[in-house]
Design a protein around this ligand. Sequence first.
Ligand code: ZN
Length: 421
Amino acid sequence: MPSSRYEKTGVGKKKPGEQTLLIRCLLAVLTALALFLFPPVGGLLAAPDVTGLRLGENGDRTRFVVDVDSDIQAEVFTLSDPYRLVIDLPAVEFHIDSQGIGEGKGLVKRYRYGLFDNDTSRLVLDLQAPGSLDRMFTLPPQGGNGYRLVFDIRPTSRADFLANVRKPVAVAHRAPTQSVLAPGQSVRRSKDKRVIVIDAGHGGNDPGAPGAAGRPEKDITLAVAMEAARQIKASGRYLPVLTRDRDIYLRLRDRVEVARRKKADLFLSLHADSLDNRSVRGGTVYTLSETASDREAAALARRENKADILAGMDLADEAPEVASILIDLAQRESMNYSARFANYLIPELKKRVLLRRNSHRFAGFVVLKAPDVPSVLVEMGYMSNIQDARMLGSKEGQARLASGLLSGIDRYFESVDREQF
Ligand SMILES: [Zn+2]
């Protein structure tokens, strides 16, 4: 998810003098009170300390050991291209000289570590070749040492590696007396899956564009949305949510609301446009912009946004006028992530279906205006073109589109995860 980093300017100017002194006194009192109520012992306030990271080799196994002063849990998963094994710990303090990076051994090329977010510290092991977690366990304190989290990694095939990417492999277990816990005996599922909202455009009394091959746009968007949700779910990596799973009318803002309510990580709205020029074919990916990138995009935005006017809703009283500066800023950041998602999605779609030249365009779609969710609108092809309409209406074409969407989603999140280090 995009993280907000906004600085306030021009507010809360400090006046030297009494006010500062008063604040200092207050702080001193509060600190004393906090120390009295929560003495800094027993790890109540302090994060666990990691005091060592070590690698060893034993035959074809590579062992990674984390020395830590308390019994903590770990979550492990893999990422592909390049091959990585990721270990997430609760937020810890690293008391290690190597400044966030360590040399590798065996299967591990090198490793990196640092704070991932407020609650998570992340260790990333860059692998020489595909590898999987063979087992992990916690050794209790012994002879003056703290706890040791042990991860054994073994070589695997690329196919096996890819089949398990992003799946949590195992969870270290609190094992104060029992020293070994095999994988599979995990006690806790990994973090919640990322939520992908798939929005089938139009529906009910809004058929969208008529189809050269018979079926209207609303049928095609629903069929592709259902297939995409099926493939996304089957990947095991995400939780798909459909804005509609049958032929019903939804207002544009209801579609956006689904994304916000479900705390979506991505929002994809599916459409298939129509043009007077029936020879034009190919898909286009749109992201939000205040100014459309060309006249055709502007005209398209007018057509797609019309759904609410049809239902007697006036778009003039929609979000823009109530948007505070903060919503505006969040939206700007989401727009950057949306554009980035489009950049990963387009090549994956291009491998499977025909796209137009200039396949990333910008337009002011109401449906892309969830301020905090990266969103794209995919015009999958032209209902007015007979070849496009046949492709869009076929199970085979729909499956290709869905697989392109899933691959684009994968590439995008890989880049988001990579960015953390
Ligand atoms: Zn449409």
